[in-house]
Design a protein around this ligand. Structure first.
Ligand code: GAP
Length: 496
């Protein structure tokens, strides 16, 4: 594994996980019942940070554009979608098992590169449990997360099927079957088929990507919006994958959120739009405070790309645990629309370019993981270089609170009254915290640690001069600002 620059930042992951728990960003899932491995709950501050990322994304890529419209589709779709999209057959990771202790890994996680054909890298990393370097040959493990819908209890049927298969094996082992045994085998075959059909008809899948609902709604969206090429459909929502090795906090989980755009273009223009979206993705990273020095656009070679892609770039970020995929950009050709629509679904009557012919648009797909965005943003923002304090240098648009208001002393009603008035006034426009506990220095440090850009303190001078102290999170510098100018000061400073 390539060593990450961030790894040099001592124990950064441990520090971030600890801060997230301590300050209410992210908690271990189901904690009071002993937890559930690799499941995480976003707490009061985490949900604000995550929502701010999603809102900024929606504003930038949907509201501020004429060529992208939104969708919010169901998480569970007709299983035919996954048959047509190729996910039931192709959406898998290569799984290897340590020959000594039987721990299972995604081949890539122990340094084995397994393209669709063959194995290109044979030297594996040591098993993290027992140190052995010997693994079983890779086999494909489907990542679709299954569920069953309806009043049918699948479990007894599966048990029944198990014993039928066992009996079938016994009978098949008999070299010369008598008539009764032959008949029993035929009956068994029929029963296995019947039960398998019952199981299949109640098996459904949680979506492994938000993308497919955008493809299957392509015509609905076209008919209702009358968009013409090029245009995009955007969606933010949960996706589920039965990952072999989830881990590294919120980096790889079985339940996560994506922000995706399917951008529909004419075939001969895909290269231009691919470059366009590459730049847009780099620009987005800058906007949320990710230093481009920590991001590497890596071309995914043929054989390692997803089954639908003719070109993919992974934007890899230098996470503390190594350089890993943060976002992706794929050219999906017309693969998905062709699989879902028997007839070409797009006809642009006004277009000279295709003579009014119906066509299958091609797709350029930029995709962003929400949880990985949160993690990368936290890695960039965390700063404990000052012995006195920990600071999260979050972009103001992402910070859970944009400002905090304090009365200098909590037991002076006149200070509390004016501070409360300022707090209520600012809350109409900004997300604002209130704190009147402990001494002022501790309050500043507490706000630094959760990334609040400005702290506003009401003191005795404020009562006479109608001004307050505003302290900047990043520089710790303080200045006096008139209460009348506070709103415009914050607007200017937060969004400059
Ligand atoms: N529609 C294309 C698609 O789903 P992907 O590269 O498999 O492509 C897109 O996933 C993004 O979703 C990734 O770049 C990553 O940010 C995020 N992601 C994928 N699997 C994840 C997981 N198990 N946990 C958290 N985020 C994940």
């Amino acid at each position: 594994m390539k060593e990450s620059a961030m790894a040099k930042h001592n124990n950064l992951m441990e520090k971030i996980v600890s801060l997230c728990k301590r300050r209410g960003f992210i908690f271990p899932g189901s904690e009071i019942y002993g937890g559930l491995a690799n499941s995480w709950d976003y707490g009061p501050l985490g949900v604000e940070l995550k929502n701010n990322i999603k809102q900024l994304w929606w504003k930038k890529f949907v509201h501020e554009r004429d060529d992208v419209v939104g969708l919010d589709a169901a998480l569970i779709m007709n299983p035919k979608v996954w048959e047509a999209s190729g996910h039931l057959k192709e959406f898998s990771d290569p799984l290897v098992e340590c020959k000594k202790c039987h721990e299972r890994y995604r081949a890539g996680d122990v340094g084995l590169v397994v393209p669709k054909i063959g194995l290109t890298r044979m030297v594996a990393d040591a098993c993290s449990k027992c140190g052995s370097r010997e693994y079983t040959p890779p086999r494909r493990f489907n990542l679709m997360l299954k569920t069953s819908l309806g009043p049918l209890d699948q479990y007894p049927i599966i048990l029944n099927l198990g014993s039928l298969y066992q009996r079938k094996e016994e009978l098949n082992g008999i070299q010369e079957k008598n008539k009764d045994q032959q008949k029993e085998l035929e009956e068994l075959e029929k029963e296995i088929q019947r039960l398998t059909m019952i199981i299949n008809s109640s098996t459904f899948y949680f979506r492994p990507e938000t993308a497919q609902s955008m493809f299957v709604n392509f015509k609905n969206i076209l008919d209702t919006t009358r968009k013409t090429l090029p245009f995009g459909i955007a969606q933010i929502g949960k996706a589920f994958r039965n990952e072999i090795t989830p881990g590294n906090f919120i980096f790889r989980t079985r339940e996560f959120e994506q922000m995706e755009i399917e951008y529909f273009v004419r075939e001969n223009e895909w290269k231009k739009w691919f470059e366009y979206w590459k730049d847009e993705m780099m620009e987005w990273m800058k906007e949320i405070g990710i230093d481009k020095k920590h991001v590497h656009a890596v071309e995914v070679p043929e054989g390692e790309r997803a089954h639908y892609s003719k070109r993919t770039i992974d934007f890899e970020y230098e996470f503390p645990f190594g350089q890993k995929e943060l976002y992706g950009l794929a050219y999906r050709t017309d693969f998905d629309l062709k699989n879902h629509f028997k007839e070409a679904p797009y006809k642009d009557a006004h277009s000279q370019a295709d003579g009014g012919e119906a066509l299958y648009p091609h797709v350029v797909e930029p995709t962003w993981g929400v949880d990985r965005s949160v993690l990368a943003v936290l890695c960039e923002a965390y700063d404990d270089s000052d012995a006195e304090r920990i600071v999260l240098h979050l972009k103001p648009a992402l910070a859970p609170y944009q400002a905090a208001v304090f009365p200098l002393l909590a037991n002076k009603p006149e200070l509390v009254k004016l501070a409360k008035k300022i707090y209520d006034d600012l809350r109409k426009e900004f997300s604002v915290a209130w704190d009147d506990r402990g001494n002022i220095g501790k309050r500043y440090y507490a706000q630094d640690e959760i990334g609040t850009p400005y702290c506003i303190t009401v003191d005795f001078d404020s009562l006479e001069k109608y001004d307050v102290t505003v302290r900047d999170r990043d520089t710790a510098k303080q200045e006096r600002i008139s209460t009348n100018e506070l709103r415009s000061y914050l607007n200017k400073s937060l969004f400059r």
